[in-house]
Design a protein around this ligand. Structure first.
Ligand SMILES: *Cc1c(COP(=O)(O)O)cnc(C)c1O
Length: 384
């Protein structure tokens, strides 16, 4: 059988049938009245998802990295001093994008699997009495390690500084746990369609605060396709500056409707349950986790198998059960596998992954695994 693929990676994530169906329509003109109505609906729902009334949430055609790049080039200038939080692949990407555009990047690093240290940001920001730091840039949920960074803590340090913008990659936290844009005063928040949005890849989203728009006026980096001023102007008329991904916008409208029906609290609680069940199951099976429980991402769990290779496990899960798990990235390649529990994922999917993993370990001859122990641990979370 090869039509029962189960996608349990932290992006692309599974897509509901209803959202796929929404895409499978003939495109319509992007300047038509019909499309303008869809765009109006989508713009309002995006604000709901970002918990904002003050910010613009703009849609781009491109992957999450396009949203990240837009978040840099619209608000900063060549030579600007910025702090980048680096504790994984995506934190590193922020630093790389910033350097590609000639920013003066100071990395605040933490070991992969550990959260960023809030006091390191505090110290650097407090020492900056001349107010030269223009932005603090980091990833909320670090997908490469399954670690959730302290958004509120780092934000408090940025607010105490008063000058710097806070620029956040929320690609695997938005739609999984709370990213309260207005409450925290987040200036720039980037996300992408193939993660918590339950959509195929192809769209990126950026939320922009009034303070970031003020910085936009003086920012001098080159920009054209990703010039967010153009998107803002068009969005005011429920339009887009260029031809958008029309069919993905159909999908977005339906996906956001599904999210609104579940409600933010419901969505966050489901991700919390799936995260806890996955982690408890791995521990019951005897597998080590990268990252501590109190900093665990709601989107993805990174597992470090000791007795058998991570790639053997992934290969066997794919071969016998048609379940896709993610591997390790960069220096963690081959050392870990990652289980996604982001977006359109439910309790049944988690039980399926856990039970299939137990069977896989048995097939690979791993000793000391009590069959059913992981399932029992996950079920206990769902029962409790
Ligand atoms: C997936 C992801 C991105 C975006 O990657 P693209 O491949 O460009 O969509 C950015 N940040 C994080 C944390 C991610 O998980």
């Amino acid at each position: 059988m090869n039509e029962k693929h189960l996608l349990m990676i932290p992006g692309p994530t599974p897509v509901p049938e209803r959202v796929l169906q929404a895409m499978a329509k003939h495109p319509i003109g992007h300047r038509s009245k019909g499309f303008t109505e869809i765009q109006a609906d989508v713009n309002a729902a995006l604000k709901w998802l970002h918990q904002t009334e003050q910010c613009d949430v703009l849609s781009l055609t491109g992957s999450g990295t396009a949203a990240m790049e837009a978040g840099i080039i619209n608000f900063l200038s060549k030579g600007d001093r910025v702090l980048c939080g680096c504790n994984g692949k995506f934190g590193d990407r922020w630093a790389e994008v910033s350097e590609a555009y000639g920013l003066n990047v100071e990395r605040i690093t933490a070991e992969w699997g550990k959260p960023l240290d809030v006091s390191a940001f505090q110290a650097a920001l407090e020492a900056d009495t001349e107010k030269q730091i223009k932005a603090v840039i980091f990833t909320h949920s670090e997908t490469s390690t399954g670690v959730l960074n302290d958004l509120a803590g780092i934000n408090a340090a940025v607010k105490a500084h008063g000058e710097a913008l806070i620029v956040v990659d929320a690609v695997t936290s938005l739609g999984a746990c709370s990213v309260p844009v207005d409450e925290l005063g987040l200036d720039v928040v980037a996300s992408g369609s193939q993660k918590g949005y339950m959509m195929p890849p192809g769209m990126g989203f950026v939320s922009v605060s009034p303070k970031a728009w003020a910085a936009y006026e003086n920012a001098n980096l080159p920009r054209y396709f990703l010039d967010l001023g153009k998107y803002r102007k068009a969005a005011a008329k429920n339009s887009t500056p260029f031809t958008p991904a029309v069919n993905l916008t159909f999908a977005l409208q339906d996906a956001l409707k599904m999210m609104q029906a579940e409600g933010l609290e419901g969505i966050f609680a489901r991700h919390e349950r799936l995260k806890t069940a996955t982690r408890d199951a791995m521990k019951a099976i005897g597998l080590n986790l990268l990252g501590a429980d109190d900093v665990a991402s709601p989107a993805v769990t990174a597992v470090l198998p000791a007795q058998v290779g991570a790639e053997d496990i992934r290969g066997s899960m794919r071969k016998h059960f048609e379940i896709a798990l993610a591997g390790g990235q960069d220096h963690l390649k081959g050392k870990l596998f990652r289980i996604g529990h982001l977006g359109f994922v439910c309790e049944r999917d988690t039980l399926t992954v856990v039970s299939s993993l137990e069977a896989t370990l048995q097939m690979l001859g791993v000793e000391g695994v009590t069959p059913g122990a992981g399932v029992a641990a996950a079920a206990a979370v769902f029962a409790g």
